[in-house]
Design a binder for this molecule. Structure first.
Ligand code: CTP
Ligand code: MG
Length: 231
């Protein structure tokens, strides 16, 4: 089933500490942004990518897309001061009715099978998000003292992609805007409308490149990919 991608790429990568947008950092022999875009470049069901960027980085990003022959970025959108605003700008610039997959540019290791299942589930039910089960023991301790050990089986660590029927996402985004509500993912905006959001099991390697340690892990994952292709 066809879908389009809304990809926020307008951050500044503060926690990575590179002094510039972390998406330009090299992982193996390509920038992080290119690794992420290549996943969608290869998927025939992906009809296009709306890329939210900082206006002042647009020409530099275009040059990188040209260099690595990325053809699926169908539109640049001006990103906002918060990730949610960058995604909202993509939503506002879209008038089609395809399933929308919101995916962080900083997550280059998403698996194709997870994307396919998210799109299928969102088409059927309206909203589907990628997640993995917590591996560690989880405790609730809002003030630093344990109140409760939470049943790990009931907890999910949520990632992107998050897939939606556009009418559901648009309604949630508009409502968040009129309420000045800022969430940490698009799912939160949909949840607050009382709309059910289904979880699709993802993989532990779909990490967001956030701090230097993630780059170390990313290099190991790339090496694993390279070896498995040689087999
Ligand atoms: N993002 C965005 N617009 C913003 C902030 C973030 O489009 N105003 C994007 C980032 O480019 C990234 C994704 O949202 O692809 C996830 O955000 P995060 O990992 O937090 O990246 P940064 O905000 O760049 O990093 P930091 O929070 O460490 O500054
Ligand atoms: Mg951020």
């Amino acid at each position: 089933m066809d879908y389009i991608v809304m990809m926020p790429a307008a951050g500044s990568g503060q926690r990575m500490g590179a002094g510039y947008n972390k998406l330009f950092l090299m992982l193996g022999n390509k920038p992080i942004l290119i690794h992420t875009l290549e996943v969608f470049e290869k998927d025939p069901a992906c009809k296009g990518v709306f890329l939210a960027v900082k206006q002042e980085e647009q020409s530099e990003i275009q040059a990188v897309l040209d260099q690595y022959k990325i053809a699926k970025v169908s539109r640049f959108v001006n990103g906002g001061s918060e990730r949610q605003y960058s995604v909202a700008a993509c939503i506002e610039s879209y008038d089609g009715d395809d399933i929308v997959l919101v995916h962080d540019a900083a997550r280059p290791f998403i698996h194709q099978a997870v994307i396919t299942e998210l799109v299928r589930t969102a088409a059927k039910y309206g909203a589907a998000i990628a997640g993995v089960q917590a591996k560690d023991t989880m405790k609730l301790a809002p003030l630093g003292v344990v109140e409760e050990t939470v049943d790990r089986e009931t907890l999910w660590i949520i990632q992107t992609p998050q897939a939606f029927q556009i009418k559901v996402l648009r309604k949630a985004s508009n409502q968040a805007k009129s309420d000045s509500f800022l969430g940490t993912d698009e799912s939160m905006l949909v949840e607050r409308l009382g709309y059910p959001v289904r979880i699709v099991e993802s993989t532990y390697d779909n990490v967001k490149m956030t701090t230097q340690e993630d780059i170390v892990f990313g290099e190991i994952l790339l090496e694993r990919q390279r070896k498995s292709k040689l087999k």
